[in-house]
Design a binder for this molecule. Structure first.
Ligand code: AMP
Length: 395
């Protein structure tokens, strides 16, 4: 089966065409600057990448260019669009309505729209992507896969905030969690590796990238996660502050003589390791600067590792133990020294990292010693493949 996986942002659209039997990517690409001017970067597997500057006034135009590229005689990978069997859409927020992926119907579209309030930058763009695909591929089944769905199994004591209960009832103010597709994919793989798919299990998944979150997974279900009502919560990130005392928001607004919105923009876009270091949000730049003696870059890296250790420790506590830990995403898969730094905090669990085994980037590996009490793994995430699998399973 050929599955077209779509991840639509406000001015961008990422896609992959995946063969569900071999699980191989047939082509992938990115439309950027939709609504501004437009650029399509299309990479058919085994052929050269094609970059086209084309006017993309809206997402429908972008999808139309992608479909043209996919079936083009030179850079294409299929003869006809009818070869595409299904479309899987990444949707950021499913609120409390969606605990699983669903086949998209008019009712589903309405329910996604009702979650717009919770993800005003992302859900409307996701819906636009669905509408554009429906217009151009009217008879092809489509599936919505939600970033929040995996975390809907969290117990009440984990997802409620200590605010008047009415705000949860009326406005659905609660922890939702994100990166669910990745946490689900990596935790399934980890349970498969340690042979505990059908047994009682306690694992912790560290999705560490530009956006980062850690999830506690008990018996295959998310029981707590570090992101909250929005993806601003939890760990220190590339440009996001992670958890801070909420009183800082009002305090800074007064000091800077700006609005609460402005402070939230600072916390989302100018904080995190970039804000601390003044160097970059990219961990490669930070490590280089730190090695060259930049103190603030060192502080940023120390803070990142410390917060990761804090969350891992709290999840060991709430699950009363842990069988295995996995690192994934850009930093988790590639940053050898950061994995080591985080695990150095975990000696109390009897965790011991093997420096030779930890010397890996971007590939699946066990990085703990034979006698480590808890095994630690690197497991590359693949959200697009996870979306393709969910799509096939549903149709
Ligand atoms: P992501 O958001 O998952 O793409 O992760 C982005 C982060 O991963 C950046 O901070 C990068 O520094 C880090 N990263 C990605 N690739 C590498 C690599 N090959 N070596 C070290 N860090 C990497």
């Amino acid at each position: 089966m050929l599955v077209f996986v779509v991840n639509c942002g406000s001015s961008s659209l990422k896609y992959q065409l995946i063969d569900s039997e071999s699980e191989k990517v047939i082509a992938k690409g990115l439309c950027e600057r939709i609504g501004i001017d437009g650029r399509l970067t299309h990479k058919p597997t085994g052929k050269d990448e094609v970059v086209k500057e084309v006017a993309m006034p809206d997402h429908k135009a972008a999808v139309s260019f992608v479909l043209e590229a996919l079936s083009d005689t030179e850079c294409g990978v299929i003869k006809d669009l009818s070869e595409i069997d299904a479309v899987g859409h990444r949707i950021v927020h499913g609120g409390e309505k969606f605990a699983k992926s669903v086949v998209i119907t008019d009712e589903v579209m309405k329910a996604i729209e009702e979650c717009n309030d919770l993800a005003p930058l992302h859900n409307p763009a996701n819906l636009i992507g669905i509408t554009a695909c429906q217009a151009l591929m009217p008879n092809i089944p489509m599936v919505a896969v939600f970033d929040t769905a995996f975390h809907q199994t969290m117990p009440r004591e984990a997802y409620l905030y200590g605010v008047p209960f009415e705000y949860y009832e009326q406005y659905k103010v609660r922890k939702y969690g994100f990166h669910g597709t990745s946490h689900s994919f990596v935790s399934k793989r980890l349970l498969n590796i340690i042979g505990k798919e059908n047994e009682e299990s306690k694992v912790i998944i560290c999705h560490l990238g530009n956006g980062s979150s850690i999830t506690a997974v008990k018996n295959g279900e998310s029981v707590d996660t570090s992101m909250g009502f929005t993806p601003l919560d939890g760990l220190l990130m590339g440009t996001r502050s992670g958890s801070i005392d909420p009183a800082v928001v009002q305090f800074l607004a007064a000091k800077l003589d700006c609005s609460l919105d402005d402070v939230l923009t600072i916390l989302n876009k100018k904080s995190g390791v970039e804000g601390i270091s003044g160097v970059s949000s990219d961990f490669r730049d930070l490590e280089k600067a730190s090695n060259e003696g930049n103190k603030r870059a060192t502080i940023a890296l120390d803070m990142f590792a410390y917060r990761c250790a804090q969350f891992i420790g709290s999840y060991v506590a709430v699950m009363n133990g842990v069988d295995a830990i996995a690192f994934t995403a850009g930093i988790g898969e590639n940053n050898i020294s950061m994995r080591k730094k985080i695990c150095e905090y975990l000696g109390y669990l009897g965790i011991c990292i093997d420096d030779n085994k930890n010397n890996v980037r971007g590939e699946e590996a066990c990085i703990s010693t034979e006698d480590s009490n808890v095994s630690v793994y690197v497991i590359p995430t693949n959200e697009e493949l996870a979306i393709a699998r969910e799509t096939v399973a549903l149709i």
